[in-house]
Design a protein around this ligand. Structure first.
Ligand code: GDP
Ligand code: IMO
Ligand code: MG
Length: 424
C-alpha cells in the first residue's frame, strides 16, 4: 500500500481473489484493470463462497470503493447476474462503479468466440472460456469497439452499431452462425442503461483523487503472466495483459504511483486451456494434485491441468512484473505428498534455459527437477511461520530463492483467515 498491484504469477487461478479479499479489508479502493468475466476469482468469507467474474474481490469491504477499470471488457448481462448473486447474500454493492471507457462485450462477441474456436483445426484450438474476450479486445484494437459509456447515449450507440453490426453479422454467417438484429441489441442497450447506467462513470477523476489523497488502492489482476498477450505462450493466451506493468494503464493511474507488486503463486502449477505447460503431470500424481486442490475451473468447470511448481516460470514472472512480495497459496494441498518436485530449468538442445522461451521452443523443452521431502502433516491450522513443519519452510524458502522475492503471505486454506502473514 498505498498502491498495490496483486497479479497472477503463473497460468491463472493462483488464488488472486482470495488474497485480494484479505487485503481489501484494509483498502479504500479496489480496481480490476484488465480482462473480463473470463475470470473466476473465488472468495470464501463470512458472506459465503463466491466465484467473482468481473466484480473486484474488494466488494465485501463495505468501506472500499470498487472500480471496474478502463482496461477491462464488460458483459452487462453477466454483470447483472453477478450483482444479483452477491446482493442476495446481503452484500451492499452500491460502491461498485464501472469505467465508461471499458469495452462492451456485446452478444456477438461470445458467439464469434465459440464459432471461431469450433472452426479452428486441431492444434490451433485455444480453449478459451468462450466469454467473447478475444473478439472484444480485437474490436477494441481495430477501433470497431463500443464502450460502456455508449449505452448512456443511445443515439451514439446506434450510430456506431449500424457501422459495426453488418460486419459482425457477415463474420457470424461465414462461420455458420445466425446473425443478430439491430433492434434486439438496441433494446438490450436501453435495458442496460436502466439497470447499470448509474454505475457508469468517468473514473479518471475518481481514481486520480484517490491517489492524490493517498488512499490505499489495490489493483486486481486477472489470469496470470503465462497467458499475457505479449509475454505468455502466444497464441495460447488471453487478449489482454495481466502483467503488473499494465495495471497502471488499465486502472488509470501513473506507473510511478505504484508502490508494491504482489505476485500470487500456487505451491504447484495448474493451467486451463491449450498450450505448452512443461511441468504438467499426466499420471496419478497429477490427478492427486487435481483431487486435493479441487482443480476445476471456477468459470467453466473444466478440469485444470496440474503439475509441479515451476521455478523457471516464477523467475520469469518475478523479473517482468517486478514483484516486491510473494503470496504463496495452496500449500496445504501438498500436505499428503511424500516427495515434492520443483522445476529449476528447461532442457533444450543440450542446454538448460533459466527463462521462458518463445512458444515453438517452449513446446519442446524438458523440465529439470529437484526433489524435496514432503511434510505429511496438516498445515491448515498454521497461522505463523513457526507453525509450519520444517520441510514446508524449506520448500517455501526455495521458492522465494528461485523467484528472488521475499514471501509476504502463505495461504493454507481457502477461507480468509487461513493465512500466514509475514509482514504487512
Ligand atoms: P483466482 O482466479 O486466482 O482468484 O483463483 P481461483 O479462485 O480460480 O482458484 C483458486 C482456488 O483455490 C479456489 O477454489 C480457492 O477457493 C482455492 N484456494 C485459494 N487459496 C487456497 C489455499 O491456500 N488452500 C486451499 N486448499 N484452497 C485455496
Ligand atoms: P482467472 O482470472 C485460468 C485461459 C483460457 C484459455 C486462455 C484464453 O480466474 O485466473 P480467454 O477466454 O481469455 O480468451 O481464454 O486463457 N483463461 C484462464 N485460465 N484462469 C482464468 O482467469 C482464465 N481466463 C482465461 O482457459 O487458455
Ligand atoms: Mg480463477
Amino acid at each position: 500500500m498505498p498502491v498495490t498491484a496483486v497479479v497472477g504469477a503463473q497460468w491463472g487461478d493462483e488464488g488472486k481473489g482470495r488474497i485480494v479479499d484479505y487485503l481489501a479489508q484494509r483498502a479504500d479502493m479496489v480496481i480490476r484493470f484488465q480482462g473480463g468475466d473470463n475470470a473466476g476469482h473465488t472468495v470464501v468469507n463470512e458472506h459465503g463462497k463466491f466465484a467473482l467474474h468481473i466484480m473486484p474481490s474488494g466488494i465485501f469491504n463495505p468501506m472500499a470503493r470498487c472500480v471496474v477499470g478502463a482496461g477491462t471488457v464488460i458483459n452487462p448481462d453477466n454483470l447483472v447476474v453477478e450483482l444479483e448473486e452477491v446482493e442476495s447474500a446481503g452484500v451492499d454493492t452500491d460502491r461498485l462503479i464501472l469505467s465508461d471507457r471499458a469495452h462492451l462485450v456485446l452478444p456477438y462477441h461470445p458467439l464469434i468466440d465459440s464459432l471461431q474456436e469450433a472452426a479452428r483445426s486441431e492444434g490451433d484450438v485455444i480453449g478459451t472460456t468462450k466469454r467473447g474476450i478475444g473478439p472484444t479486445y480485437a474490436d477494441k484494437a481495430a477501433r470497431w469497439g463500443l464502450r460502456l459509456g455508449d449505452v448512456k447515449r443511445l443515439d451514439y450507440f446506434q450510430r456506431r452499431l449500424r457501422n459495426v453490426l453488418p460486419r459482425k453479422n457477415r463474420e457470424i454467417e461465414e462461420l455458420g452462425g445466425t446473425p443478430l438484429r439491430e433492434d434486439e441489441l438496441m433494446a438490450k442497450a436501453e435495458a442496460w442503461n436502466a439497470r447499470i447506467g448509474h454505475r457508469i462513470k468517468d473514473t479518471f477523476p475518481i481514481v486520480r483523487d484517490a491517489v492524490k489523497a493517498d488512499e490505499r488502492i489495490l489493483l486486481e489482476g486477472q489470469l496470470g503472466i503465462m497467458r499475457d498477450l505479449d509475454w505468455g505462450t502466444y497464441p495460447y493466451v488471453t487478449s489482454s495483459n495481466p502483467i503488473a506493468g499494465h495495471s497502471a494503464v488499465g486502472a488509470g493511474l501513473p506507473p510511478t504511483a505504484m508502490t508494491e507488486v504482489i505476485g500470487v503463486v500456487k505451491a504447484y502449477c495448474t493451467a486451463v486451456g491449450a498450450g505448452p505447460f512443461p511441468v504438467e503431470l499426466h499420471d496419478a500424481l497429477g490427478q492427486k494434485l487435481r483431487d486435493e486442490g479441487h482443480e476445476y475451473g471456477a468459470t467453466t468447470g473444466r478440469p485444470r491441468r496440474c503439475g509441479w511448481f515451476d521455478g523457471v516460470a516464477i523467475k520469469f514472472a518475478a523479473w517482468l512484473n517486478g514483484f516486491t512480495g510473494l503470496a504463496i497459496t495452496k500449500l496445504d494441498v501438498l500436505d499428503t505428498f511424500e516427495e515434492i518436485k520443483i522445476c529449476t530449468g528447461y532442457r533444450f538442445e543440450g542446454e538448460v534455459l533459466d527463462y521462458v522461451p518463445d512458444t515453438p521452443v517452449y513446446e519442446q523443452v524438458e523440465p529439470v527437477y529437484e526433489t524435496w521431502p514432503g511434510w505429511q502433516t496438516s498445515t491448515r491450522h498454521a497461522r505463523v511461520w513457526d507453525d509450519l513443519p520444517k520441510p514446508a519452510r524449506a520448500f517455501l524458502h526455495r521458492i522465494s530463492e528461485l523467484a528472488g522475492v521475499r514471501i509476504q503471505f502463505v495461504s493454507v486454506g481457502a477461507e480468509r483467515d487461513e493465512l500466514i502473514v509475514m509482514r504487512l
